[in-house]
Design a protein around this ligand. Structure first.
Ligand code: FES
Length: 225
């Protein structure tokens, strides 16, 4: 038995679940996510292996600009393979990410098997908490996602990059529902305890310029506390 899995790589691919499922259905494949989505890649590999899959082919899909590097697909699959008890399937990984749904078949033509020697999930570079001054929590819950949090997130991240701020200054974190859903899309800034509602991309840019760079919260979109 062989199996094909389309793997959404970035948090933005979770928002495209329906498109991925449709593309998977056309190919008798299944869908998994590297982060933020269900099922995770590890859970899907376990399900398929338990069902008797002998060869599993993984094709990473990057429909947005914020996917982690392709190497993460091999790292996660390699970790699962090493940890898997008993008979292990052969895992073939497409040698590049598919950049669109129409690119899926071309991307899956060239694959390389998991050997078990892939780098692990730890690194000396990931030992310490960053030195960030502020943490920006971007709600990716269902209401905020439906009302445009993906575009707001992109604007925030691009604004931070243009301002020259890194993880050592501002740590961006994606969250589930933060509860004031009526104010979606919601963004909160800690430890300032400043909450924002109706954060569209323009407001996201203002938050970067006024609050995260200049230290002045954007009062027009600040939620009462
Ligand atoms: S979904 Fe964002 S606050 Fe509830």
């Amino acid at each position: 038995m062989t199996a094909l899995v389309l793997v959404g790589m970035s948090v933005t691919d979770v928002d495209r679940r329906d498109e991925l499922l449709a593309a998977a259905g056309d190919r008798s494949a299944s869908v998994a996510f590297l982060q933020m989505g269900d099922p995770s890649l590890s859970l899907e590999l376990t399900r398929l292996a338990d069902a008797g899959a002998e060869v599993i082919t993984l094709v990473g899909v990057d429909l947005g600009p914020l996917a982690p590097a392709h190497s993460w697909l091999r790292r996660i699959a390699g970790h699962w393979w090493r940890e898997r008890a008993g008979v292990r399937p052969v895992i073939e990984v497409a040698t590049r990410l598919a950049s669109s749904l129409s690119d899926l078949d071309a991307a899956s033509r060239s694959t390389k098997p998991i050997s078990g020697h892939e780098p692990g999930l730890t690194s000396p570079a990931w030992e310490d908490v960053t030195g960030h001054q502020r943490q920006v929590l971007i709600c990716r819950g269902p209401r905020c996602t439906a009302r445009g949090s993906e575009a707001s997130m992109r604007a925030l991240i691009l604004g931070l990059m243009e301002a020259g701020l890194s993880d050592q200054d501002v740590l961006i974190t994606h969250t589930g529902c933060q509860f004031p859903c009526n104010q979606a899309p919601v963004v909160s800034v800690q430890p300032d305890d400043v909450w924002y509602g109706a954060v569209d991309p323009d407001v996201a840019r203002e938050i970067v310029t006024n609050h995260l760079v200049a230290g002045m919260p954007v009062e027009s979109h600040r939620l009462p506390r």
